[in-house]
Design a binder for this molecule. Structure first.
Ligand code: NAP
Length: 272
């Protein structure tokens, strides 16, 4: 990590709080702003440069915007009045097409850390969240190589691996691996509720399959509203995969799937 770098974070919840704590631990000069006074007070235990006022970010070199998706454009616009044109700004939104349509008067590089939990807020944030995680980055055609390299270096300092892609490809991919599975988990839970005995008998398989039904409601609603088309396409593709799987040769097909699934994670981390 660059010496004397000043890193700012807006929205000190699960993701923003984890970035904030990780940079504090790394010894960067860290600035933070959040909506609630109670969150600001808690964050002040880690760095004195925390305030409800965005002005605190004025001299930052790099700023991470970690607010809920529906608030992000408004926050990015507000930052235009605070930051200078050389500041690198990223957002961490779970979707990239809607932010990538916008232009700002600073150096904006959209991104999305592929890490999280079902919990929210500063109390649930932790400094090691991004170790071993992939971090999707969707630079613009005119993003300068120097700026992108500088940003990637920061992501690497958090323990994450930068993955460069486009906003469209990103949004299709997260529908398949994250948004559609979340909707399925919610639907599995809802349909099991029609059978009281099933709920009584449910054990670890049901618990693991329905973990995503615990997702933060604000984030889940944003994902479904803003990525509806890709989720719908993923569901259609899922139905055809189920049909294909059950049509014939089920034992061999699931043997193959089991092998590939087993090799994909080592010590809980994706090594694909
Ligand atoms: P979260 O825990 O609810 O945190 C959001 C924080 O934003 C809250 O703590 C809130 O601060 C703050 N906030 C809300 N409106 C604000 C405003 N107008 N100005 C300043 N701060 C404001 O949510 P999260 O899970 O960290 O999600 C944040 C972003 O990360 C979302 O864009 C989401 O798509 C993305 N993301 C989430 C995950 C995940 O698994 N959770 C993974 C990757 C990316 P106060 O506490 O001060 O009220």
């Amino acid at each position: 990590m660059e010496k004397n770098i000043k890193v700012g974070i807006v929205g000190l919840g699960l993701i923003g709080g984890s970035i904030f704590k990780a940079f504090c631990k790394l010894g960067a000069t860290v600035y933070g702003t959040s909506r609630s006074l109670s969150t600001v007070e808690k964050a002040k235990k880690y760095s004195e440069n925390v305030s409800q006022n965005f002005e605190i970010l004025k001299n930052c070199d790099v700023v991470f915007v970690c607010t809920p998706m529906s608030k992000t454009i408004e926050v990015l616009r507000t930052l235009e009045n605070v930051l200078d044109e050389n500041t690198i700004v990223t957002d961490v939104c779970s979707l990239k097409s809607f932010v990538a349509k916008e232009k700002f008067n600073y150096k904006f590089i959209p991104s999305h850390p592929m890490a999280g939990t079902e919990f929210s807020g500063f109390d649930n944030s932790f400094e090691t969240l991004f170790i071993g995680a992939n971090w999707a980055i969707t630079p613009f055609k005119d993003t300068a190589k120097n700026d992108l390299d500088r940003f990637c270096e920061l992501i690497v300092s958090l323990g994450a691996k930068p993955i460069l892609t486009t906003p469209q490809k990103h949004d299709e991919a997260v529908a398949i691996i994250s948004h559609m599975p979340m909707v399925i988990a919610q639907a599995i839970f809802k349909s099991a509720e029609n059978n009281e005995l099933a709920l009584h008998l449910a054990s670890s398989g049901f618990r693991d399959m329905t973990r995503l039904a615990l997702s933060n409601e604000e984030m889940a609603t944003d994902m479904v509203n803003m990525n509806y088309k890709n989720i719908q396409n993923s569901l259609l593709s899922l139905y055809s995969s189920v049909g294909e799987l059950l049509k014939d040769d089920y034992p061999n097909k699931i043997k193959d799937i089991k092998n590939r699934r087993q090799n994909m994670y080592v010590d809980g981390k994706n090594v694909y």
